[in-house]
Design a protein around this ligand. Structure first.
Ligand code: DAK
Length: 257
């Protein structure tokens, strides 16, 4: 049983809650390891079609655990620890992950949300990359993912000042897909997950892979992948089911085949 994350399965969706509330879900090594183990296990489970990653009302995560990770760290200890391995493992998860953010998503917390496929937020959410105030810079993808998301000029302003942005601004700059009322943010995130869980899983997977490629590849390579993925889906039972259901004016039931 993990100590620092709580997993709840609700039919085809799973909710993974970061659970170090006393330190605003600061990401220490134990939490990162447990998070990777939990996400990888859910990813291997065909019954789970969408994951909601969340914290609590006060914090999604306030970043790396500064006390545990940074006080005694040297370049060599950090290199040996290979902190990046956990983040790479999260990136390899193919089941779509919705980051449902309430309260603080700072530093590594913001980077963790950006490692997910969709970010939704409570109106109380605050995002930021405050590393500059510690004499460092984002190290888990922030300079790259935030810049690809909001562009160079907004990214520089946020990363060089450490300024926090509230939910509405985060939505306006494209970091957040939806802002929900504080009373219902998690229910809304779960409803979104259920909607995605009803879609054809192979198409969902190929769509997220293609969208990720838009960050990584040239336009030609991305278009080529999209085209092949599009053709491939014509071999699935779910494509036949989706088209048959449309023609028959009924709801499609997708099986991931
Ligand atoms: N680490 C450890 N403890 C933390 C913490 C953190 N990041 N954030 C909060 N806490 C603890 C506080 O120390 C406090 O503990 P006690 O004093 O009660 O023992 C408790 O949580 C409650 O926090 P506050 O008392 O400070 O609460 P406030 O409401 O006054 O303030 C705050 C909330 C979020 C504004 C404030 O706590 C804060 O500024 N926290 C630090 C935020 C921050 O600077 N985050 C960025 C850290 S750097 C990498 C992977 C990851 C990273 C880098 C590389 N690789 C793969 C290479 C990530 C780096 C970072 O995230």
């Amino acid at each position: 049983m993990p100590n620092t994350v709580v997993v709840t399965r609700e039919e085809a969706i799973a909710v993974v809650q970061l659970n170090r509330p006393d330190v605003l879900n600061a990401l220490n090594e134990e939490l990162m390891k447990e998070l990777v183990a939990v996400l990888s296990a859910l990813d291997d489970d065909d019954a789970i079609r969408c994951i909601v990653l969340t914290g609590n009302e006060r914090a999604f995560a306030a970043g790396a655990d500064i006390k545990e990770t940074f006080i005694a760290a040297t370049p060599v200890t950090m290199l040996k620890q290979d902190l990046t391995a956990n983040w790479e493992a999260i990136r390899r998860v193919r089941t779509p992950i919705i980051a449902a953010v309430s309260g603080y998503a700072l530093g590594g917390g913001c980077e963790l949300a950006m490692a997910c496929d969709i970010i939704v937020a409570s109106e109380t959410a605050q995002f930021g990359q405050p590393e500059i105030n510690l004499g460092i810079i984002p190290g888990a993808g922030g300079t790259q993912r935030l810049t690809r998301t909001v562009g160079k000029f907004v990214a520089n302003e946020l990363i060089l000042t450490g300024r926090r942005v509230k939910a509405d601004e985060a939505k306006a700059i494209g970091l957040v897909a939806q802002v929900y009322p504080a009373a219902s943010w998690l229910d809304e995130a779960k409803a979104l997950a259920r909607t995605i869980a009803e879609k054809p899983p192979v198409a969902v997977r190929l769509a997220t892979e293609a969208i990720d490629l838009a960050w990584n590849a040239t336009l030609d390579a991305g278009l080529e992948f999209e085209r092949k993925a599009f053709y491939l889906l014509f071999a699935t039972e779910d494509k036949k089911e989706g088209v048959d259901a449309f023609v028959g004016k009924r709801k499609a039931i997708f099986k991931g085949r």
